[in-house]
Design a protein around this ligand. Structure first.
Ligand SMILES: [Zn+2]
Length: 294
């Protein structure tokens, strides 16, 4: 049996790029500190819009080869963050990217939105029982902003945590494991407002033609709901490099970035979490493993 590092962190995301935007400094920090960091991405992001004009042909309505391309982008991002263990749920291409809510792609039988919950969760149970993470990071019930794949990734993560601990469930997938702490990604309102104030203050210097609003940022919550903050200032460059590696999806410029809508957003180097399973070790934790004993 392989011997794993003492601290093990599992993150579950919908598309390649979500992990770098949401958890880039957290992943880089724990990887640098010797923790085992595992990323499970649920789809290849085949339906994403493509920013660079010379790669526009990859899009789903043209060559439909964006998924394969994004496997390479994700690998480069993981290299930038120092994360070696990254996998796709059920293997690459098992679940296809869904579109925004109501989009016709969501009727495709192979899209993640149509996946059976327990079937999809079983693939994650196998990972949880193999890695035995003390900490799992996932989205909230709304997936942060209502994208069907993010909502589904939330459901799959929460269901898998439950099933992985269930002694009679699928012993062929490994011995039961009870995850000590589960966190949901979030961004406190004050941090978003401060970030946008910085962007507006940049005025004409601002790198993008428009400015997004706090409403464009997934997972914004009242400050009081935040349980943990990871100060990743030391890993800001790694996060920016990881985001840059997702070149079809993200344009990074200094402390700002934009998605395909070309609206500027602050690149956040402090990442925030809401604890939803397990006991908080402090009123505002600064370590996701705080209080974890085994
Ligand atoms: Zn996404």
């Amino acid at each position: 049996m392989t011997v794993l590092p003492a601290r093990r962190l599992l993150l579950v995301h919908a598309h390649p790029d979500d992990e770098s935007i949401n958890n880039g400094v957290t992943m880089a920090k724990y990887a640098a500190e010797g923790a085992h960091v595992t990323l499970v991405t649920c789809t290849l992001g085949e339906e994403g819009e493509v920013i660079p004009a010379d790669l526009a042909h990859l899009a789903a309505d043209r060559d439909d080869s964006l998924g394969t391309h994004r496997i390479g982008e994700l690998a480069a991002a993981m290299e930038a963050l120092g994360v070696q263990d990254h996998r796709f749920l059920g293997g690459p291409g098992r679940y296809r990217d869904s579109g925004m809510m109501g989009a016709p792609q969501n009727d495709r039988s192979d899209c993640f939105w149509q996946a059976g919950l327990d079937e999809a969760a079983s693939h994650l149970v196998a990972v949880i029982r193999e890695i035995r993470p003390q900490v799992v990071v996932a989205y909230d019930a709304d997936g942060g902003y209502g994208h069907p794949d993010h909502i589904q990734a939330h459901r799959v993560a929460m269901r898998a945590v439950e099933l992985a601990a269930e002694p009679v469930y699928r012993r062929d997938l490994g011995d039961p494991h009870d995850v000590a702490k589960v966190y949901w990604n979030c961004v406190p309102r004050s941090v978003v407002e401060e970030g946008f104030a910085r962007l507006r203050a940049a005025g004409r210097e601002a790198p993008f033609p428009g400015v997004a609003t706090a409403g464009d940022v997934p997972g914004v919550v009242d400050d009081a709901e935040v349980s943990a903050v990871i100060d990743g200032s030391a890993y800001a460059d790694a996060k920016a490099a990881a985001m840059r590696a997702h070149a079809t999806q993200i344009a990074v410029d200094g402390p700002f970035f934009a998605l395909s809508n070309d609206l500027g957003q602050p690149l956040l180097v402090r990442e925030h979490y809401r604890l939803v399973k397990g006991e908080p070790a402090a009123e505002r934790e600064d370590d996701l493993f705080a209080g974890v004993t085994a």
